[in-house]
Design a protein around this ligand. Structure first.
Ligand code: F6P
Length: 617
């Protein structure tokens, strides 16, 4: 650097001095000429040397500049001015990276490919281990003696399956039958989807006692009514609690056995596994643990009746992220932590510090993968309608009100059917012109409250049908069976009105599925205000399902809604659901998890540096 800066001006000054000396020396002309030629020669050598030195210096600068821009190190070879410019470049690059990431997270539309790339490029581990009670594929014996498979009725499965398809990894879930064992290898694992394998499903078999105590007992007779608050009294049996702990332990063992490193991404689903974050953290301290609670969370007072409330909270808090669908359950959860255990809560950042654990508590509204109706081989809308009306014996020009869910007391099925009865009572002209098709997939039938709900639904249907049925018209068609996606979409595309009247629902994905099915921009959606999705699908007709008279009026409103209004509402909801799809949901959670992981690493580094400095002092 010195050579370049000094050589050029020095040569020029020496030349000038030499020229003036020659001019004033008084020697002969020949001698002056010789001196000039020598001077020219010297100048030429000096110029070549200067260019050479300059190139060397520039090359050295360029190298240091590159090093400094990339690593922030090696600034000592750079001139002061270059350091300033380079800092600016580094700053701008960091800004651009942040913008790129932001864009990535809120980008035009998330797809399975984009999520796959995001996981590969940004996450600390490529191995995702997802855990849920319900498995994404269940095998059964076919009539010909072979094996066949089906997808169970579960919003959770609908949401998680596309993510696993996109990212690969392992999904650990409970097996249902001996046919499941026949389809798996000796470790209980198999690659799925069965028709296009992309990720590993590891099945665990529970004994009858385990299923009764863990699934039917503590999870579904205890936590489910406690969390959903649909006025069914929770049952808390000490024996169920013991089994719940044991089964959570079995899943923790399975996760550790599946982990390929000490820091996998462990993505735990739902209330069946509230103790897993703690159990996994003890054995894989570096794992990135994400817990998603798919159902509502009760307020602190209601939660307080749980005899093992502290154990449940302490079981969850070692998760890095505890996700809910909306802000209300996040607030309730933080209130519960505040009320029932000692922990530091940061309300501004929605986070909890409990001992060595730090968790972010955030809302992530779950969604669906926008369906490829062609790939699903779903016919066009008139064909769907024809198939449905013909199969159920409904008149081709009759209107159809549709409901689709598991037969669960929280779904408000008897309430909506009673509202339909009121509607028929109040609107005699509609009799014979509208049918209610209710799909109710059998669910948790060993639990008394579910058997009661089933009985109640049957009774209401029988009562209304008895009162209004004619030889040519049956008001309610109750279909108590499980349907594959293709068949469900056929129903969604044939309904004029779709009703979701849950008394309590974390999100409710069938509402979003209905919207995604309507590429004709038609159909009216009636949606309970007690679903998470009512926060997002604001163009729906929002109802209080307990107000049966009002819901009856909403049927009339929905059936008589003009085509223009239907289209305007539907278009807007379709755009939103398409954009806020399940890949965007996953990217948001995984993106937050990554930020947390980076912050944790930085803290560790700072702690280590602090320790080193102390030692050196
Ligand atoms: O979304 C709540 C949820 O309980 C899921 O955990 C579950 O898979 C789904 O509903 C269906 O319930 P189940 O698996 O008990 O049939």
């Amino acid at each position: 650097m010195f050579s370049f800066r000094v050589a050029a001006p020095l040569t020029a000054v020496l030349c000038l001095i030499a020229l003036s000396l020659i001019a004033t020396s008084g020697v002969g002309q020949q001698a002056q000429q010789n001196m000039l030629w020598s001077l020219l020669g010297i100048n030429l050598v000096a110029a070549v040397t200067t260019v050479f030195l300059a190139r060397m210096t520039i090359n050295r600068w360029a190298e240091s500049l590159r090093d400094y821009i990339i690593t922030g190190k090696n600034a000592k070879n750079l001139p002061k001015e270059a350091i300033g410019v380079t800092r600016e470049i580094r700053h701008r690059l960091r800004q651009l990276e942040r913008e790129r990431q932001r864009l990535c997270l809120s980008g035009p539309m998330w797809s399975s490919e984009a999520l796959f790339r995001f996981v590969r490029e940004h996450l600390p581990s490529e191995q995702i281990i997802s855990i849920s009670y319900r498995q994404p594929y269940a095998h059964k014996k076919a009539p010909d003696g072979g094996l066949t498979w089906m997808t169970p009725a579960s919003g959770l499965v609908t949401a998680i399956e596309p993510i696993m398809k996109a990212c690969g990894g392992t999904w650990i879930a409970v097996a249902m039958s001996e046919a499941d064992r026949l389809a798996a290898d000796q470790n209980g694992a198999l690659m799925v989807p069965p028709d296009k394998p992309t990720y590993r499903l590891k099945r665990l078999w529970l004994s009858e006692e385990e299923t009764a105590g863990f699934y039917a007992g503590f999870a579904n007779e205890g936590l489910w009514p406690l969390a959903t608050m649909a006025y069914v009294k929770p049952r808390f049996r000490a024996s169920d609690w013991k089994t719940y702990q044991e089964v959570n332990q079995r899943f923790a063992d399975a996760i550790v056995a599946e982990a390929k490193s000490d820091a996998p991404i462990v993505f735990i689903q739902d209330y069946h596994f509230a103790l897993l974050p703690k159990l996994v953290r003890e054995r894989l301290p570096n794992a990135l643990i994400i817990f998603f609670w798919h159902i509502p969370w009760p307020n602190a007072e209601a939660f307080g009746i749980l005899p093992w409330r502290e154990e449940i909270l302490r079981g969850l808090l070692p998760a890095d992220i505890i996700g809910f669908h909306t802000q209300a359950p996040c607030n309730n959860f933080l209130d519960c932590v505040d009320t029932h255990i000692e922990a530091l809560i940061d309300r501004e950042h929605n986070s909890v510090r409990h001992g060595n654990d730090f968790s972010m508590v955030r809302p992530y509204p779950i969604s669906i993968a926008w369906p490829d109706l062609e790939a699903l081989s779903v016919p066009d809308i008139p064909a769907c309608r024809k198939e449905v009306t013909e199969s159920l014996g409904i008149a081709p020009d009759a209107k159809i009100i549709l409901g689709v869910e598991r037969l669960d007391y929280v779904k408000g099925i008897p309430e909506r059917l009673r509202s339909f009865g009121i509607f028929l009572e109040k609107n005699p002209l509609w009799r014979g012109k509208v049918c209610f098709v209710q799909i109710a997939s059998p669910s948790r039938s060993s639990i008394p409250a579910y058997a009661d709900a089933d009985k109640e639904v049957e009774e209401v249907v029988a009562e209304i049908n008895k009162k209004y049925q004619t030889s040519r018209w049956k008001p309610i068609h109750l279909l108590k069976q499980n349907y594959a996606a293709r068949e469900l979409y056929r129903f969604y595309r044939s309904g004029d009105v779709f009703i979701v009247s849950s008394l309590s629902d974390g999100m409710n994905l069938v509402a979003k599925e209905f919207i995604s099915a309507r590429d004709d921009d038609r159909g009216s959606l009636i949606l309970s205000e007690f679903t998470g999705s009512s926060r997002e699908l604001v163009e729906a007709i929002i109802v209080n399902p307990h107000d049966e008279e009002k819901v009856a009026d909403c049927f009339l409103r929905a059936l008589t809604m003009s085509d223009e209004e239907q289209t305007a509402r539907m278009k807007s909801m379709r755009e939103r659901v398409k954009m806020n799809n399940v890949f965007a949901w996953a990217a948001q959670i995984l993106g937050d998890a990554k930020q947390l992981h980076d912050r944790r690493q930085l803290n560790e580094l700072l702690e280590k540096t602090g320790r080193d400095e102390k030692r050196a002092a």
